[in-house]
Structure formats: C-alpha cells, structure tokens
Design a protein around this ligand. Structure first.
Ligand SMILES: [Zn+2]
Length: 506
C-alpha cells in the first residue's frame, strides 16, 4: 500500500509497488497485519476518561466489596466517581443501602453508576448538593436512583468536576481510542449526559493535530442553534426515547418478565419523534434517538411514518438518520427503517455481556431475549450497521466487538467476520454521513485511515481448508482478517494512522 499525504494512492504487490514509488519511506510490516482503522459509533468521552483514571467497579463481586472499594477510594473534599457495578453478576444480588454508602463515604459526595449508566447509587452528601433530586421521578430513599432523579444526580456530578479534571479525562480518552486502532469516535453528548461546556472542550481538544476525529451528536430537541454553533453532524445519539433493560427502563410492549407490573419508561411519543425528524431533515442535520425496547422501537417507526407525510420519503432518506442500540426490532420494522436509509448504531458486546440462557436479557425478558440484537436480520434487510462500544458501558476494544458480533449467543443472529469488521469501519463512517464508497476501506483514493496490528502468530484457514500464517500479500488469497474464534487472543495495535498522520505508535 502506498500513501501520499493523507490519501491511499496505490495498493498491490510488493515489488511493483516499490518500483512505482522509488523515493518513498518504506515501513516494513514484518508480518504484521494492516487494515482499515476502526470507528466507534457511540462513545461518552469524558465519562470514559474519568473511568480510565478513576475507580472501577466492574470487578466487585458483591455489595460488601463495593463498599470496601468506596471506603478505599474516597478523598475528603472531592466527588468520588465510580462506574460499572452489576448486581446481576454478583454472588449475592443485595445492593448496599444509602446508609451503608454514607458510612463508607464518610460524608463525601459519591456517585456510583451501574454498568448500563441508567441508574446509580449515591451518597446523601451528593443528593444534598441538589435537594430537588428527592422530588424527582425515580427517587429512592434507599436504593439506586433511576430516571429523572438519576439525571439530576448526574448533572450534579458533572458540575462538581473541575475543568482540569475534565481535560485530563478527555485527553486520556482520545489517547486510549488511538491506542486501540480507532481513528474516529461518535460522541453522544447531550444536556442530561455531558453538557455544552464538556462538548466545547472536547471539540477543541479533538481539533489538535494527531487526535482521532470526534463526530459529535447532541441529544436534544429544538437545538438547531446549538448544532450550528458547534458544527455538529446532527441532533442525535442519546436523545432518549426510553432507558435500558438492566435498569427496567427500556420501553416494552409487554411487561418485564421479572417485574410484571412494569413496561419500562418512555420519554418521547411518536408525534415528538416525528417533529424532531422533520426539524432536522429541513435543517440539513441528522436526527437520531436512543431506543432499546420494542415499545420504543414501535414509537420510533410511527414517528418516521408521521414525518414522511410532511417531508416525503426521499428527503428523510437523504439525511441518513440514525438510531442507537435498537436492540428489540422485528423484520417488518427493519424493512421500514431501511427504506428511510436509517443507520443502526449497535453494540455487539451487549449480547456478549447480557445474552444467553442465563444472562440479564433472559432474566428481564424471558422468551423474548434470544431475538435481541439481530445483526444478521438487520444486515440482510438493508439497514446500515455501525458498531461501537457505548463506552464506558463496554470497553474500547473493537476486535472484541467484532468477535461478539460473529459469535452471537443466538444462532443465526451473528455476522460473518467480514460483515462485522465492515460495520466497525466503513459502517461507522456511513452512519456519520460519509457515503463516498471509499472511506473506511484501503483502496486508492480513500483517506489513509489504517491501523497496523500484531497478529503475526495467528494462523488463518483458507477456503480450501489449508492453514496459513497471516499474510498481507493480495496474491495469497487468504481471508483478509485474522481469526477471532473464542479463546484466540485479539490482535494488539502497533500503529494507528488517520489521514496519513500517526496518532499512536507502540
Ligand atoms: Zn450512550
């Protein structure tokens, strides 16, 4: 592969390549694997950065361990932010009480987000910073805060973070992304998630040379001025139609299997969804929503149908609107969304984490669980798939996402390695409105966004079942990806290049 400036100019065999580019700097890959760099289509930069440098609760095994971790980490005069507890994986599912959190926190404001970031355990000192949290929907005097009470708590935490703390977090996030072969992230910002100051700082940081691209979305209605002010791609991302399954707030058509009195929460109806679609379509912006449950998806599809009556199918499709998560969707709905050229920004590791006979999906949804995250059906129906992490919900490990998409818990729902890889590369660029047919691939004329991986020890099976060492030589006709069978180590990143400029080098 030859690169001039920011562009791939030639791809082919080694000898002729060197002859054609006599003065070129030569990078000998020494058996390493080069591929288009990844796009992460759904991230929360600052939250992830705080997580990278903060307290990790993903490995605690019960409430007692969580309390001990808080006791160790708490510092007088500072807000303690920690993330990742998941009582469904604990040896005992009992969640610590507010009084227990207070005792461990020794008077400090403490915010401990659940793994799905749709609920959080907090200390009384945190609530005292914004007392109206106690009157909000989702308030609990004892247990985790959900819904509006949780949004209040999150806002409180955000206000308590210093600009220096935020800068460190965003810098850590962008470096971390580059270290994992990622050249572009879709930041899902919003008024209840991160705030405008956070977005301003992130975009300024991302404008520095040598950083991954940050495509920013803002999850708010009636915010076209804000979108213009920041040059955003759209009013999309985490504009919440519903919540999450783990927190019992995803909007369902039928009640939760483990909470038969509840069908979850719905924050927007079809008319509001339609209005947003029309506003964005007319303003030249992408629209989009966070939607997970089948009740939420039904509402979104109705919203598109209503919007189509105003602006027409072609104008809607021309904007390439997008939906985040889209976990519970049937074939008929998928076909309708494909007709409006909607992209599905999905997180394959959700299935890896929560799918299967004994997973959280099965607990919450019973027999409905195996139909979740139907990647193969969506791809076959013509919906553009764009994969991501929803970091900090799952880590920035794109090869693990590709692996999870291949090895779906439900037979028939997974993708081929090639399709899964495309969804994490070209699909991401497409979901951000880049539809030139080249960006995200390594063909002449494409932007030189690539990553080099240590996959040298891996062997690949050829179509005629011979086994070969990985080769980048196009003549060898081996499948163009390293194997991602369960247990095989994922490739490790040696270098990440965006537009010909190195972002990371091991
Ligand atoms: Zn999100």
């Amino acid at each position: 592969m030859a690169v001039t400036g920011d562009t791939v100019v030639w791809v082919g065999q080694d000898g002729p390549g060197r002859a054609l580019h006599p003065g070129a700097e030569i990078v000998d890959l020494d058996g390493a694997f080069v591929a288009p760099a990844f796009v992460d289509a759904h991230v929360h930069a600052t939250a992830t950065g705080l997580h990278l440098s903060g307290l990790d609760l993903t490995t605690v095994h019960d409430g007692a361990e969580l309390l001990a971790a808080v006791r160790d980490a708490v510092r007088p005069g500072e807000v303690l932010i920690a993330h990742g507890w998941d009582e469904t994986t604990w040896t005992s599912p009992r969640i610590p009480s507010r009084a227990e959190i207070d005792a461990a926190a020794e008077g400090a404001p403490v915010y401990l987000s659940r793994v799905d970031v749709h609920s959080a355990l907090v200390s009384t000192a945190l609530v005292d910073l914004v007392p109206e949290t106690r009157d909000a929907d989702g308030w609990s005097a004892e247990g985790p805060l959900t819904r509006d009470a949780h949004h209040h708590a999150r806002k409180t935490v955000r206000a308590a973070i210093s600009p220096a703390q935020r800068h460190r977090a965003q810098d850590a996030f962008l470096r971390h992304a580059a270290e994992h072969g990622i050249v572009s992230v879709h930041e899902c910002a919003g008024p209840d998630i991160s705030g405008e100051a956070d977005l301003t700082d992130l975009l300024a940081l991302a404008a520095e040379p040598g950083r991954p691209e940050v495509v920013a979305y803002w999850g708010e209605r009636d915010a076209t001025d804000l979108a213009r002010r920041h040059g955003l791609r759209g009013l999309a991302g985490d504009l919440f139609v519903d919540g999450a399954l783990g927190s019992h707030t995803a909007c369902l058509r039928e009640p939760y299997t483990d909470d038969t009195g509840s069908t979850g929460a719905r924050y927007l109806d079809a008319d509001a969804i339609a209005e947003h679609l029309v506003t964005c379509t007319e303003a030249g912006l992408q629209a989009g929503f966070h939607v997970i449950g089948d009740g939420g998806v039904t509402e979104v599809v109705r919203g598109f149908q209503i919007a189509e009556k105003t602006v027409g199918q072609r104008a809607l499709a021309a904007r390439g609107h997008r939906l985040e998560h889209l976990e519970m969707i049937d074939t008929e709905q998928a076909a309708l969304l494909a007709g409006w050229a909607v992209s599905a920004s999905m997180q394959p590791r959700f299935d890896a984490l929560w799918g299967g006979d004994n997973g959280m999906y099965a607990t919450r949804l019973g027999e409905r669980a195996p139909a979740l995250n139907p990647f193969a059906m969506l791809a076959a129906t013509g919906v553009v798939l764009a994969f991501g992490s929803d970091s900090p919900v799952t880590p920035l490990e794109p090869w693990e996402s590709v692996r999870a998409a291949i090895h779906h818990h439900t037979p028939g729902s997974g993708l081929s390695a090639r399709a899964a890889f495309n969804a994490h590369t070209r699909g991401g660029h497409r979901a951000a409105g880049v539809n030139d047919g080249m960006t995200g691939s390594l063909t002449p004329g494409a932007p030189a966004h690539y990553a080099i991986w240590d996959a040298a020890e891996l062997v690949v099976a050829t179509s005629d079942s011979r086994v070969q060492r990985w080769s980048t030589d196009p003549r060898s006709r081996v499948p163009a990806l390293p194997p991602l069978d369960p247990g095989v180590p994922a490739p490790t990143c040696l270098r990440t290049v965006r537009g010909g400029r190195t972002l990371f080098e091991a």
